[in-house]
Design a binder for this molecule. Structure first.
Ligand SMILES: [Zn+2]
Length: 84
């Protein structure tokens, strides 16, 4: 299975991410937009090297995260636009 690396889109502000301490209980809120995450929703979880964790609701994932492959495609499109 191929692993795609997640990258953030332009405009995403890492300073707005509320990183939870490693020993704090899991929050029910999105770490970025503070929207509630349903009990049965599966948020995107990210961990920093120091163990701090953040979770992102579906909306934020759709809005701010993309795979590296997709951003490569965008770059190519941009390059094509500039060539004209
Ligand atoms: Zn969110």
């Amino acid at each position: 299975m191929r692993r795609t690396k997640l990258v953030t889109r332009p405009g995403f502000d890492w300073s707005l991410v509320a990183w939870g301490r490693p020993d704090s209980p899991r929050s029910a809120l999105c770490s970025y937009c503070r929207a509630g995450i349903g009990e049965y929703d599966v948020p995107l979880m990210l961990w920093k090297n120091d163990g701090h964790a953040a979770q992102f609701c579906d909306e934020c994932v759709e809005k701010w995260f993309t795979s590296e492959d997709e951003s490569d495609r965008t770059k190519n499109n941009t390059a094509q636009r500039w060539r004209r």
